[in-house]
Design a protein around this ligand. Structure first.
Ligand code: SF4
Length: 427
C-alpha cells in the first residue's frame, strides 16, 4: 500500500509534508471573487443575468442554451473559450460575471484511488473568514461516485459522525453545490473535449475513465452524503441537483443521484416530488432509544414516523428502492437480534440495506464491529430477501470515508483561531 498523497493545486500552496494533512493557502492571501459566477444559476436566473447586461430579449433563450452547453458540457472556465458567442458579448459577460468554481485548496489521493478535495468558499459577510468544505470522489469498477456537501458543518450532531462535531456555519448556495461537480470534473478531466481526444484520466482514478476508457464518464453517480443535512438546505440542493440532472448539460440520470437524509420527515416527500432522485436514509438503529443517541434528530422524527414517510416516497417501487444506511458499531447496534428487528421494521418497503463498517476518527468513542459479526448481520438481512451490500470503506487513510469529513478550518489550533479573529477585526 502506498502512502496517500496530498497535491497542492495552487501556486501558493506548498505540499503537505505529513500524510493526511492538508496545507492551505494562507488566509491573508484569500481574495473573495469580485464578480458573481454564472455557475449554478437556473436557466431562468441565467436569462435574468443576460437581461441585466442588455442582451436583447429575442436572443436570450439561444444565449442561455449556448452558455449552458459551454459550462456544463465542455467545462469552459473562461468566456473567451465560448467561441460560438460573439466577441463583444463575451467581453461584456467577462466585465460582469465569472465562471468561477470554489477555490481548490488541496487535493488528497488515497492509496485506493479515492480523492478528497478541500474547497474554499467566501464567507457571507465581506470581512468574514472564508469557509471550507470537502468533496470526495470514489472510483469503482463500474462507476465513479462523487460525494457532495450541502452545508458547511452540520447542526445534527450524530454521535458517530465526525462532521457532526463541527458546528453549522452556513448553508451552501446552489452554485457552491454545482461548483463541487465542476471542480471534480476539472480535476478528473471529465469534460466532453477530454472524451473526444481520448485523454488518459489521472492515474489514481483507476476505474471509470473519460476518453481514456472508451468515452465513459469519470463521474457517473452523485450522492449527497458529504457534510451537512441536505434536507435542511432543501431549495439549494434541489436547484443544484436539477442542474446536475439536466439532459443538455451535466446530464447525470436522476436514478444515479442519491440524496441521503438523517430523517427530515417533512422534506422527504418534497425531495421525491420536486427532485425525483433516489433516497437514502441514515437509520443506524432499530429502537428509538438508541437512535435518539446516534441520530438525535430521531427525537423530533421517530422511527415509525420516518418509515411511514418512506413508505409513501414518490416513485417508490422494486426498481427504485430506498437505501437504508446502517453503520456497524461494535456492541452498540450490531447484535443478531438487531438484524432480525431491522428486517421486521422494513417489511413492505422496497429497500436495500447498506451496512457501513464504522470509519473511526480521532476522539470517537465507537469501534467498528468485527468482520465476522458484519457478515452474520448481512446474512440475516440477505436471507430475508433484501440486498445487503457491505460498503467497503474507501479513503480511510485520508479521512474521506463516510462520516469522517470535517473541514480543515475546524481543525485549526486555538492559536490559529485567535490569529484569524484578530485578522478579521483589523482587516
Ligand atoms: S451523519 Fe450527516 S446529518 Fe448526521 S452529523 Fe454527520 S453530516 Fe450531519
Amino acid at each position: 500500500m502506498s502512502e496517500p498523497q496530498t497535491i497542492s493545486v495552487s501556486a501558493t500552496i506548498s505540499p503537505a509534508t505529513t500524510a493526511g494533512l492538508v496545507e492551505k493557502t494562507p488566509l491573508e492571501r484569500y481574495q473573495p471573487p469580485a464578480k458573481p459566477s454564472l455557475v449554478g444559476l437556473s436557466r431562468a436566473q441565467l436569462t435574468e443575468a443576460l437581461a441585466s447586461i442588455g442582451v436583447p430579449a429575442s436572443q436570450r433563450k439561444m444565449r442561455v442554451q449556448q452558455i449552458w452547453h459551454w459550462l456544463y458540457v465542455r467545462g469552459a472556465r473562461r468566456f473567451d473559450a465560448m467561441t460560438s458567442i460573439s466577441k463583444d458579448l463575451r467581453a461584456t459577460l467577462d466585465q460582469h460575471f465569472t465562471l468561477a468554481r470554489p477555490e481548490v485548496v488541496a487535493e488528497q489521493i488515497s492509496a485506493d484511488g479515492t480523492r478528497k478535495w478541500l474547497l474554499r468558499l467566501p464567507g457571507e459577510q465581506s470581512l468574514e473568514r472564508p469557509h471550507e468544505i470537502e468533496c470526495v470522489y470514489i472510483p469503482e469498477a463500474d462507476r465513479g461516485t462523487l460525494c457532495l456537501s450541502s452545508q458547511v458543518g452540520c447542526t445534527l450532531a450524530c454521535s458517530f459522525c465526525h462532521t457532526g462535531t463541527q458546528r453549522l456555519v452556513r448553508n451552501l448556495a446552489p452554485g457552491e453545490i454545482v461548483g463541487q461537480i465542476m471542480v471534480a470534473r476539472d480535476r478528473l478531466d471529465d469534460w466532453l473535449a477530454a472524451a473526444q481526444r481520448g485523454t488518459e484520466i489521472p492515474a489514481a482514478s483507476t476505474a471509470v475513465g473519460a476518453g481514456g476508457n472508451g468515452g465513459q464518464r469519470v463521474i457517473s453517480n452523485i450522492v449527497m452524503m458529504g457534510m451537512g443535512e441536505p434536507l435542511y438546505n432543501f431549495e439549494a440542493v434541489r436547484d443544484a441537483l436539477l442542474i446536475a440532472a439536466d439532459g443538455d448539460g451535466i446530464a447525470i440520470s436522476k436514478r444515479r443521484i442519491t440524496l441521503s437524509t438523517s430523517g427530515v420527515v417533512p422534506n422527504i416527500a418534497r425531495a421525491g416530488a420536486e427532485i425525483g432522485c433516489m433516497l437514502a436514509v441514515s437509520l443506524h438503529a432499530v429502537h428509538d432509544e438508541l437512535r435518539n443517541e446516534l441520530v438525535p434528530l430521531n427525537r423530533k422524527y421517530p422511527i415509525k414516523e420516518l418509515l411511514d414517510t418512506c413508505r409513501n416516497y414518490p416513485g417508490l417501487s422494486n426498481a427504485r428502492r430506498i437505501t437504508f444506511e446502517y453503520v456497524m458499531l461494535k456492541g452498540v447496534n450490531d447484535s443478531l437480534g438487531d438484524a432480525k428487528a431491522l428486517v421486521k421494521l422494513l417489511k413492505g418497503i422496497p429497500a436495500k440495506i447498506n451496512l457501513i463498517p464504522f470509519n473511526p476518527w480521532p476522539g470517537t468513542r465507537y469501534e467498528c464491529s468485527d468482520w465476522e459479526r458484519i457478515e452474520q448481520f448481512s446474512e440475516i438481512i440477505f436471507n430475508a430477501g433484501y440486498a445487503s451490500p457491505v460498503r467497503t470503506p474507501r479513503g480511510r487513510d485520508i479521512l474521506a470515508a463516510c462520516g469522517q469529513l470535517k473541514s480543515a478550518s475546524e481543525r485549526l489550533s486555538a492559536r490559529e483561531r485567535i490569529a484569524l479573529r484578530a485578522m478579521a477585526m483589523t482587516d
